[in-house]
Write a protein that binds this ligand. Structure first.
Ligand SMILES: C[S@@+](CC[C@H](N)C(=O)[O-])C[C@H]1O[C@@H](n2cnc3c(N)ncnc32)[C@H](O)[C@@H]1O
Length: 169
């Protein structure tokens, strides 16, 4: 029998976000319209939720999106988020990810966020008291003014692409 903890196995696909993390963010943007990777959370995070039975990866995305994808297969979820944001179907988005600057999904998709918050806490998930060994980053596309101070209270904010553009000038 495996002695791995939840964050080291595919069980982390069904670990919900703590309300202490998502609720202040939701309040600052007037609530979420869609959670496309949902089902295990005890309290709905968005008005509309897609579960595995719906296949949220191929269903229609819209409005203000909350995304904490199945961690075992993150790349297609971040890719879909960025594509749907760029084509205008998604107006605003907040996504969680482990902090992994060497990952292709980070460079290709996640780092297109307007701001990224590196959260200072690790215990951000509802996982039977187990504390993860990884850090969490929160990517936001099209943040509201009200959301910025909320994120600043959670951790350190960076604007990935502003920095790169200024360097290239
Ligand atoms: C990391 S949990 C996040 C749950 C919730 N969105 C939250 O933030 O607390 C990922 C969720 O995605 C669900 N899921 C897995 N594959 C999915 C799919 N193809 N479509 C929709 N949901 C899926 C899992 O069952 C799980 O409930």
């Amino acid at each position: 029998m495996s002695e791995n903890q939840w964050w080291q196995t595919e069980e982390n696909d069904s670990v919900a976000t703590s309300p202490e993390l998502w609720r202040p963010i939701a309040d600052a943007i007037g609530g979420f319209d869609l959670d496309p990777a949902a089902g295990c959370e005890p309290t709905p995070i968005a008005d509309e939720r897609y579960t595995e039975a719906d296949d949220g990866l191929t269903s229609r995305w819209f409005g203000k999106v909350w995304l904490n994808p199945p961690f075992s297969d993150k790349t297609p979820w971040y890719k879909r988020l960025v594509n749907q944001y760029n084509n205008g179907d998604v107006d605003r988005a907040v996504a969680l990810a482990t902090v992994d600057p060497s990952a292709a999904w980070f460079h290709d998709w996640f780092s297109t966020a307007d701001v990224i918050c590196f959260h200072q806490e690790r215990n951000l998930y509802l996982a039977n008291g187990s504390s993860p060994t990884f850090s969490t980053q929160i990517g936001v596309w099209n943040p509201t003014d009200d959301l910025i101070p909320v994120l600043e209270r959670m951790g350190t904010l960076v604007k990935p692409h502003t920095t790169i553009k200024q360097t290239k000038l």
